[in-house]
Ligand binder design. Structure first.
Ligand SMILES: [Cu+2]
Length: 151
């Protein structure tokens, strides 16, 4: 096919636009991204003779425990299929929920590994929470963040 015929047929325009879309900055092919996330705990305990610290009610506490996701912040691209393998290493049970992506509450018990999958179909920063450790009274907040890059 001659170049002039290619231009007239509109095929050249389609090819050029397609290449611009693929090469444009910020264009990212959707892909599957996997993360291993440990459900663990930070803790502090006063040593013998060491002073305690004020607790939530103002009374001295000698031990503080706080459940965490590790890593607690992950970054993906909009459109990615996200797979999270959640390992309960510490804590008898966690009730995980990722509301923004419709992941229903999931019970994970100590020693278990459970997998959740979802499509990161919107950009922004979203929470992954444990409903069993919601605040300081419940040794939380146990919360992580999923940052989805995109427009
Ligand atoms: Cu938890």
């Amino acid at each position: 096919m001659k170049f002039s015929k290619l231009v007239r047929s509109g095929l050249l325009g389609i090819i050029v636009v397609s290449l611009l879309v693929v090469w444009s900055p910020g264009f990212a092919q959707a892909k599957t991204v996997e993360f291993q996330i440990v459900l663990g705990e930070w803790s502090w305990k006063a040593k013998p003779g060491e002073a305690g610290v004020p607790g939530l009610d103002g009374k001295e506490v000698r031990k503080i425990e706080h459940y965490v996701f590790d890593p607690g912040f992950i970054v993906v691209n909009k459109g990615d299929d996200v797979v999270l393998h959640l390992h309960d290493v510490k804590g008898s049970k966690h009730q995980i929920e990722i509301k923004a992506f419709g992941v229903p509450e999931l019970l994970i018990k100590r020693g278990e590994v459970k997998t959740v999958k979802f499509k990161a179909n919107k950009a922004g920063t979203f929470e992954i929470i444990c409903k069993n450790h919601v605040d300081a009274k419940k040794e939380g907040p146990m919360i992580g963040y999923i940052h989805v890059l995109g427009r």
